[in-house]
Design a protein around this ligand. Structure first.
Ligand SMILES: [Zn+2]
Ligand SMILES: [Zn+2]
Length: 370
């Protein structure tokens, strides 16, 4: 009988595969043979064993690309279609879903109840909900040989676009595509990217793609070298006494960057984003560390300097088509090759996560079929 190999993190510092029953699909879902499951928050989970509301020791991974191996009656897809899978299983009915916004912000996910404890893992809008709806004992998650994907959460990958390049459409270039759209990055903008890991590199690529000038605030030499190779013109060490004067020197009369992406969640970098943007500047948070707070002065930081601050972590429905076209751009593909620094068979996830924690890496791909 055919089974499904899934990745588990049973205890901190241990990653190993396990055999589960083969996934079962129902109407509205497809079965996907996963080619690449990119590493996102799983290296941190491997270290801390702290899970987000949607994952658990035996349910890991939300990004991915692969080939459809099974469809349900009435499907608009076919076996053999190559697809990118976006995260979650949004309701398709609420105002977020019907206005083309991001599935991660669907009203089917009860964030407002998180103060009373974690949201139930198996809410229908989450990944475990996929297994619940299908009555399946595996397949809701990406770090598995076979995955179940809701049809409204996949897009066909155009002929000629490789799995390696398409896989950047999730949390690397995808979430940052939407972020760049939402705060209106355009040519002539000067953009700060602070706290650079693979999401920061995605913000760099999206800013350069729109013709902006990028200032990276960072100091991990491995990652700064990757930023130079991506085409970043200016790198400033945030520990320099004159780091802010260096930003002002690059932004002339506007005395600050037009926009900033904070990609680490560290208050150290968020402080510098607030200081580094100009009056009427825009800040987009793409990093976080837990659900703790961050102190701002309403008067000094927000009102007097007229700063707009927002955040998010998903690709809007309405951005998917243009995102896929961006992934077909030759320069973007060169940049994806630069920022995707490692690839491992899923059976070697232990090593992949250790590389992830070393920070001497960009994006890391796992290959469940190897
Ligand atoms: Zn992700
Ligand atoms: Zn919804």
């Amino acid at each position: 009988m055919q089974t499904n190999t899934v990745l588990t993190i049973p205890e901190p510092g241990v990653a190993r595969t396990a055999e589960k029953p083969f996934p079962v699909i129902t109407t509205g879902f497809v079965g996907v043979d996963v080619a690449i499951a990119p590493v996102c928050n799983e290296a941190r989970i491997f270290r801390d064993h702290q899970f987000e509301w949607h994952d658990s020791p035996e349910h890991l991974g939300h990004e991915g690309v692969g080939t459809i191996v099974e469809t349900a009656p009435g499907s608009r897809f076919s076996v053999g279609d190559r697809v990118i899978v976006f995260q979650g299983n949004s309701c398709q009915k609420c105002f977020v879903c019907t206005q083309g916004l991001s599935p991660t912000h669907c009203l089917g996910i009860p964030y407002e109840g998180f103060d009373d404890g974690m949201a139930p893992q198996d809410v229908t809008a989450g990944l475990l909900g996929i297994e619940k709806v299908c009555g399946s004992e595996s397949g809701g998650f990406a770090m598995a040989r076979y995955r179940i994907a809701p049809e409204h959460m996949i897009m066909t990958i155009p002929d000629g676009l490789s799995f390696e390049h398409a896989a950047a459409g999730n949390c690397t270039l995808g979430c940052t595509y939407t972020a760049a759209q939402e705060i209106g990055i355009s040519a002539n903008d000067v953009v700060i990217v602070a706290g650079v890991g693979f999401i920061g590199m995605g913000a760099v690529v999206n800013s350069l793609y729109r013709g902006a000038t990028v200032i990276v605030l960072g100091r991990n030499e491995y990652r700064m070298q990757r930023c130079r190779e991506l085409g970043v013109q200016h790198i400033i060490d945030p520990g320099d006494d004159d780091w802010l004067a260096q930003i002002h020197a690059l932004t002339g009369g506007r005395r600050g960057a037009d926009a900033a992406f904070e990609c680490s969640g560290a208050p150290y970098y968020l402080d510098r984003c607030f200081a580094g943007v100009r009056r009427y500047g825009r800040i987009y948070s793409m990093g976080f560390s837990g659900s703790g707070g961050y102190e701002v002065s309403i008067l000094n930081d927000v009102m007097d300097r007229h700063i707009s601050w927002t955040g998010g972590h998903d690709v809007r429905f309405r951005d998917r088509d243009a995102l896929i076209r961006m992934l077909g751009d030759a320069e973007v593909q060169r940049q994806i090759d630069v920022l995707t620094t490692h690839s491992f068979p899923m059976s070697q996830a232990q090593e992949a996560f250790e590389v992830g924690l070393s920070k001497d890496c960009g994006k890391i791909y796992l290959r469940p079929g190897e």
